[in-house]
Design a binder for this molecule. Structure first.
Ligand code: GLY
Length: 305
């Protein structure tokens, strides 16, 4: 399935569940002094999570994102990017955990036809409600439901202890399992292992708190849903390739860079060649989308402007 078709299928699925399809926001958020770049689908809906200006209660989008925090990893791993698209569905005081989980499962296993047996899930350690929905309603076997702490299963990660302030909540993630023969091949391999057997595809955030400067978690006026699914990573699963750089929208770009830089006959090994071309392909996409959203490159640092 092509990346463009996956994006379309996602938006149509949530449209059929009465979500308003909202255009991607700019990579440079207009009215948010706390953010340099848009890094998640929920950014443009922050005020709705706080209960302000809630003109619709359900939304879905494919958001352009730029994350500079992963810069050093790009090209060296199968799925880190600076620029990527994030598919997301959102509820502002409307549906909550049960519908979010049911619809995520329905979209992946019915619309995309991923096998349920290849999916594992994680929940926040204290979130018995999400755990029970996965176990009793979706019927995921107990051994495939993992409990993690606030680093892995709270969004933003570690928000209760480290911040930032603002809307946050426990989350539940879905992982695709490439099977026992993939990665480390260890019998005990599970989603916490970073060998590549498991790839996280979807994060369902149950946004119910407004984190305060004193670290307290103030309940939001209403309970919300914020989900995030990396389009390029989902495409790699759907297209049966091991890295995001091999999907239909990346491969021609990375291939052309290899050709232009003559990396195919270069002096270094294949892994190095792939890594460099992939990193350049990622950065070209990031720069292109950033410039088209009004960012002006300069060799001067911002401080000297
Ligand atoms: N806002 C959810 C995520 O980025 O995973």
């Amino acid at each position: 399935m092509k990346t463009d078709d996956i994006r379309q299928a996602f938006l149509e699925f949530f449209k059929s569940k009465e979500h308003k399809i909202v255009q991607s926001d700019s990579l440079v958020p207009m009215d948010d002094p706390t953010l340099l770049f848009t890094g998640a689908g929920m950014n443009q809906f922050k005020e709705k999570f706080l209960g302000w200006n809630v003109t619709y209660k359900r939304a879905a989008s494919s958001q352009k994102c730029l994350r500079t925090g992963d810069l050093e990893n790009v090209g060296g791993t199968s799925g880190h990017h600076t620029f990527f698209e994030m598919l997301g569905n959102f509820s502002f005081g409307d549906y909550f955990k049960k519908e979010a989980i049911l619809w995520a499962w329905e979209f992946l296993t019915y619309n995309l036809r991923l096998k349920g047996e290849n999916l594992w899930v994680s929940v926040y350690k204290d979130d018995d409600e999400a755990y029970d929905i996965w176990k009793d309603v979706i019927k995921v076997p107990k051994e495939k439901i993992i409990k993690f702490g606030e680093k892995e299963n709270f969004w933003p990660s570690e928000a209760p202890t480290k911040g930032p302030c603002g809307p946050c909540g426990p989350c539940s993630e879905l992982f695709y399992d490439y099977g026992k023969d993939a990665g480390c091949k260890n019998q005990t391999c599970a989603p916490a292992c970073d060998c590549g057997r498991f790839v996280e595809i979807w994060n369902l955030v149950f946004t119910q708190f407004d984190r305060q400067a004193d670290s307290s978690l103030k309940p939001l006026p209403s309970k919300n849903i914020d989900t995030g699914m990396g389009l390029e990573r989902l495409a790699s699963v759907m297209q049966g390739v091991k890295t995001n750089f091999e999907i239909d929208i990346f491969k021609p770009l990375a291939g052309e860079i290899q050709k232009m830089a003559r990396l195919t006959t270069g002096r270094s090994g294949q892994a190095w060649q792939g890594t460099s071309a992939n990193a350049i392909a990622d950065h070209i996409r990031a720069v292109t989308f950033a410039v088209s959203d009004g960012v002006m490159p300069s060799k001067k640092s911002a401080a000297t402007w």
